[in-house]
Design a protein around this ligand. Structure first.
Ligand code: PHE
Length: 461
């Protein structure tokens, strides 16, 4: 069969793909979310479960997603439909693409609000708000900020506009250029922050928290969170990586690129945590601070370190960029579909998708406002959540929709797509191909299913 071509263009090289996919993977998930959920879930043991999920579930699914994308060369819906029909199965597989698009909208709606926080903190840090502040002072500034819904709405709007503008311009011109410089810069800055953390006096306490597992802290809910986060941080289960894979030139090694992306993503998350926890312990703060964690610990550090004004500003700029490159991939599946099936231009499609997401995001804005009805408390699997709609969206998407999407991607790649097709596309030698196939056939789906069942309470550890 002649290989298909994407109507949306192709990456200029394998590097471009690695950078873009890394840009999608590395984002708020690594620097904002991973540290705060690690803090909430007791540290070491949670980190271990997360790493295991990345290796056993994340890597095989990422390979599958890239493979399906490159084989289908279209939006996730059309890719799934075409590939299913081609191997003699129901076109209903396209609904997997639909679930992904829905997940993308829901995630981006809150993602953009948090990215707005980062954007606001660029200016606050730059203007010296945190210079010489105490932990209490920094905490107070943060609380006041998230209760100021107008401000949050403003920054959410700015960030959505930024995202839509890049998506309009298409993958090549918009995306490739940005990631090339920003990813390495972010990495260097994180290393510097870890260097600072080494001198806080609590570096060992931080490392201890992160790397000595206390398995009594593990619950079915925390395992679900760790697994969900493996999907979230690697951008899996909703078609983002599938769409990026659809622009991937033929004959680039999918396995090798997957290792690079997953490796870089994990490294960034671990570095961020190694910077944050020592700062936190050195200042007598609590690890279970929640979504505000990095917005309290890091400004505190920037307010006291030499050159903190500069580095702090730079840090939040880079964090915003990291979030930007992820946000783009969150609406790209919807945009490609609108272009393919609704005959829209990229511009109109991006605007439409951006507007819907922006509207949805308003619910998250109010989730952080104590006076709003959207900021209610609730318990989920024994854990108390305090940020109403935001927490619901987060749990629904990261803990359920992405793993469910990933589950079906693995099942499709392993059980429905014919063997020749996957072998041809992955171009792996024995035994690597068999290992991949064994993982996606048996191990990955079973692991996801067990974690789900556990939370539902059908099976207990
Ligand atoms: N991986 C991104 C992050 O860690 C978030 C994301 C999820 C992006 C799903 C695309 C798809 O911030």
């Amino acid at each position: 069969m002649a290989a298909r071509k994407s109507i949306h263009g192709e990456w200029s090289s394998r590097w471009a793909f690695v950078l873009a996919a890394t840009g999608s993977a590395v984002g708020l998930g690594n620097i904002w979310k991973f540290p705060y959920i690690t803090g909430e879930n007791g540290g070491g043991a949670f980190v271990l479960v997360y790493l295991a999920c990345v290796a056993v579930i994340g890597v095989p699914i990422m390979m599958s997603e890239i493979m399906l994308g490159r084989r289908g060369r279209q939006s996730p819906m059309n890719t799934m439909r075409v590939l299913a029909v081609e191997s003699g199965h129901s076109p209903a597989w396209q609904y997997l693409g639909w679930m992904g698009v829905l997940a993308g909208f829901l995630i981006l709606s809150y993602y953009s609000v948090i990215a707005g926080w980062a954007l606001a903190y660029v200016f606050r840090t730059g203007l010296g708000w945190f210079q010489g502040q105490t932990a209490d002072g920094v905490g107070h500034i943060f609380t006041e900020f998230i209760n100021d819904s107008e401000s949050l709405l403003f920054w959410h709007t700015v960030f959505m506009v930024m995202t839509v503008v890049v998506v309009m311009r298409g993958v090549r011109s918009g995306l490739e250029r940005a990631v090339k410089f920003l990813m390495p810069a972010l990495f260097v800055l994180l290393l510097m922050l870890v260097g600072y953390a080494m001198n806080t006096g609590a570096f060992t306490a931080g490392l201890d928290f992160l790397f000595s597992p206390d398995f009594s802290r593990i619950t079915p809910a925390s395992v679900l969170t760790a697994m969900g986060h493996a999907f979230f941080t690697l951008s899996l289960g909703m078609g983002a990586i599938m769409v990026y894979g659809s622009y991937l030139p033929r004959h680039t090694s999918i396995a090798r690129t997957t290792f690079m992306i997953a490796g870089a993503d994990t490294l960034v998350a671990l570095l961020a945590s190694m910077a944050i926890f020592p700062i936190l312990f050195a200042n007598g703060l609590e690890p279970d601070e929640g979504p505000g964690l990095i917005f309290i610990t890091l400004p505190l550090a920037f307010g006291h370190m030499p050159g903190g004004l500069l580095f702090g500003t730079l840090f939040f700029i880079l964090l915003t960029f990291a979030a930007w490159t992820s946000a783009i991939s969150l609406i790209e599946p919807a945009v490609t579909w609108l272009v393919e099936n609704r005959g829209m231009r990229r511009m109109g499609a991006s605007l439409a998708a951006g507007t819907v997401t922006w509207l949805l995001g308003v619910a998250t804005v109010f989730s952080f406002n104590e006076d709003s009805v959207l900021a209610f408390d609730f318990t989920f699997a024994g854990e108390t959540k305090t940020n109403g709609v935001f927490d619901i969206l987060d749990i629904l998407t990261a803990n359920f929709m992405l793993p469910l999407g990933g589950f079906f991607i693995a099942v499709f790649a392993a059980w429905f797509m014919n063997r020749e097709a996957s072998r041809d596309e992955l171009e792996l030698r024995e035994p690597a191909y068999d290992i991949w196939r064994f993982l996606v056939r048996y191990v990955t789906p079973t692991a996801v299913a067990i974690v789900f069942l556990n939370v539902i309470g059908v099976v207990q550890f």
